[in-house]
Design a protein around this ligand. Structure first.
Ligand SMILES: Cc1cc2nc3c(=O)[nH]c(=O)nc-3n(C[C@H](O)[C@H](O)[C@H](O)COP(=O)(O)OP(=O)(O)OC[C@H]3O[C@@H](n4cnc5c(N)ncnc54)[C@H](O)[C@@H]3O)c2cc1C
Length: 297
């Protein structure tokens, strides 16, 4: 039996790949609703479409669609792609069931919780910002930020042009993540994205990075929301000042941009720390599944 911990983008795609190779899989997840995948814009470059199209040919709708992107306030709309996180969640749940993956809701609290799972077979940590808590020995390149967005009500959608996604020319989040190891104190920044996701319109994101690689306790949501709204109000007055629901999640990243897709101990593997998760994960999950399958057989 192979246990995959984390049913976000990484763990779900890996579980599908393992099951397609005929391996018995348990997909274990805490069941939290605010995860990096659930709050994500889900955007990816058109060059990365192939992996998702092949996944959809095998598993049905996983949320892939076209999305016009405007980079910077004066940028012309460019064709891009988006995986709608809500459609992904329902599509992948059905695909996992068809493939015979058993899903279990369970929060693992510490490294000791891995021992009984490892006794049954290989274990993969695909639990994003939760990986270090279960395996503190992981490479210190794997870190965690806290990211928050403002979810604006569906009623605002008609005022928004053609479902256009507005993004900054360059994400400050990436710059902050690259500097993470040199930080002396926690730092936060706001990137002014405004992205339709299904019926929702996501405004933000605010990113908080700490000097330590561990995520630490979640930042105070009311404070994060105030900071986010204050910055967004300068870009989108009216929209960002109005009604909206603040949500935040832990997001794993690697400062050098190279994710962990590798062994992490005896029968233990890790799949985390992606900076372009929606573009990279179809191939990364397939590669890791092939490696685990080769060892199992
Ligand atoms: C606002 C925002 C916008 C983004 N936009 C983009 C984008 O446009 N394009 C892109 O490529 N990426 C984007 N990202 C990043 C991308 O969403 C993430 O890199 C990706 O979703 C991470 O997936 P994951 O499966 O590794 O983690 P998660 O989605 O966080 O999944 C981890 C799962 O593990 C579970 N878990 C954690 N700890 C435990 C435990 N101890 N026991 C049991 N279960 C546990 C959690 O409940 C969760 O379900 C964005 C992120 C945010 C927050």
């Amino acid at each position: 039996m192979i246990t995959v911990i984390g049913a976000g983008l990484a763990g779900s795609l890996l579980a599908l790949e393992l099951a397609e190779r005929g391996l018995p899989v348990h997909l274990l997840d805490s069941g939290r609703s605010d995860t990096a995948t659930a709050l994500s814009y889900g955007l990816l470059a058109p060059a990365a479409a192939g992996g998702w199209k092949r996944l959809q040919q095998r598993h049905g709708d996983l949320g892939l669609g076209r999305r016009w992107l405007q980079l910077g306030p004066r940028g012309l709309p460019l064709p891009g792609l988006q995986v709608d996180p809500q459609r992904f969640a329902s599509g992948v749940a059905a695909a996992l069931q068809r493939c015979g993956v058993q899903r279990l809701t369970q929060q693992l609290h510490d490294p000791d919780a891995l021992a009984p799972l490892l006794a049954r077979g290989p274990v993969v940590l695909a639990c994003g910002g939760g990986c270090r808590r279960l395996a503190p020995q992981l490479d210190r390149r794997l870190r965690c930020s806290w990211a928050g967005i403002l979810e604006l009500p569906a009623g605002l959608r008609p005022a928004w042009p053609r479902g256009l996604a507005r993004l900054p020319e360059r994400f400050e989040r990436q710059r902050l993540e690259q500097q993470a190891a040199d930080l002396q104190q926690e730092c936060w920044i706001v990137d002014g994205g405004l992205v339709p996701c299904g019926e929702r319109l996501l405004a933000g994101q605010i990113t908080l990075v700490r000097p330590e690689p561990d995520p630490g306790p979640p930042p105070e949501p009311a404070l994060m929301e105030r900071r986010l709204r204050a910055e967004l109000a300068r870009r989108w007055p009216g929209l960002a000042d109005g009604p909206g629901h603040y949500r935040q999640a832990a997001v794993s990243f690697c400062s050098d941009g190279v994710p962990l897709v590798e062994p992490a101990g005896e029968r233990l593997w890790v799949l985390a720390g992606f900076s372009g998760a929606f573009a990279q994960l179809p191939a990364a999950a397939a590669a890791l599944a092939a490696r685990i399958s080769a060892q199992a057989g």
